[in-house]
Ligand binder design. Structure first.
Ligand code: 5HY
Length: 243
């Protein structure tokens, strides 16, 4: 059985999208086709509520295109899980955000986890998601490395992230670490080696979760809030979102 999973990097940094695609393909089962994409519109990186809000139309445009192409499931590869609920209203197959996936996985391999994220201003957003997903008690701390998203591939930045993951586990007394940015996915193995605790990257966790849900024949429920949005007109820059 061939499954087609669309991994959407909501920012427009194509080098990051390629790195995300490599990580997702590395864990996908044989027969699972992973398409890693960035929308044609949106912010080059997402580090604020403003960025996150302006990333959502691009995510939804990619989901709408995926529905026309018969895609089986979607990953939203940004730690804010931007547009997750709206994407679930549009998509037939499952849609999983990397923050949600990582927190679920962390609580399956330990009682508690620490989150290491990028800029300090994103710390409360991570806590908000932990509360929303029901993991506030399991989340023992959120720590910012204060490295911009697009600088995370730099070797010095990877070293800083690795050291912060190790110190986060020590000071929080947590069982595992959740990487708080899709741009950290390629550092996962390195951080695991250095910290000696489970290190959860949401890109790979979400890819496997979507693959599992699709293989179980599970789709987003259309009974309640995730029913397709009522048809209506959108104007101005959003006129193409009319459905
Ligand atoms: C991410 N931003 O995963 C988030 C991380 C963050 O462009 N991809 C981004 O800082 O919120």
């Amino acid at each position: 059985m061939t499954y087609r999973i669309k991994v959407i990097n909501p920012n427009t940094a194509l080098a990051m999208t390629e790195s995300i695609g490599r990580c997702a393909r590395a864990v996908a089962s044989p027969g699972t086709v992973v398409m890693a994409v960035s929308p044609s519109m949106g912010p080059e990186s997402i580090e604020s509520h403003y960025d996150e809000a302006l990333a959502v139309p691009g995510v939804l445009a990619e989901v709408a295109a995926g529905e026309r192409d018969g895609v089986d499931g979607y990953v939203i590869a940004c730690f804010g899980d931007p547009g997750l609920d709206a994407a679930r209203e549009l998509a037939t197959g499952p849609v999983v955000g990397i923050a949600e996936a990582a927190m679920h996985a962390a609580t399956l391999v330990g009682r508690s986890f620490s989150v290491v994220t990028t800029l300090s201003r994103t710390v409360d957003r991570a806590w908000e998601l932990a509360h929303r997903y029901g993991f506030a008690a399991a989340c023992r701390g959120v720590h910012a490395c204060d490295i911009p998203v697009l600088d995370l591939e730099d070797p010095a930045a990877r070293k800083t992230v690795t050291e912060l993951c190790a110190s986060a586990v020590e000071c929080d007394g947590s069982d595992s670490v959740v990487l708080g940015c899709a741009g950290m996915a390629s550092s996962c193995a390195e951080v695991s080696r250095e910290t000696g605790v489970p290190v959860i990257d949401g890109v790979t966790a979400a890819t496997k979760l979507v693959e599992s849900l699709v293989s179980l024949g599970l789709r987003t429920s259309t009974r309640g809030e995730y029913a397709p949005p009522p048809p209506k007109r959108y104007s101005g820059l959003l006129r193409d979102f009319t459905h």
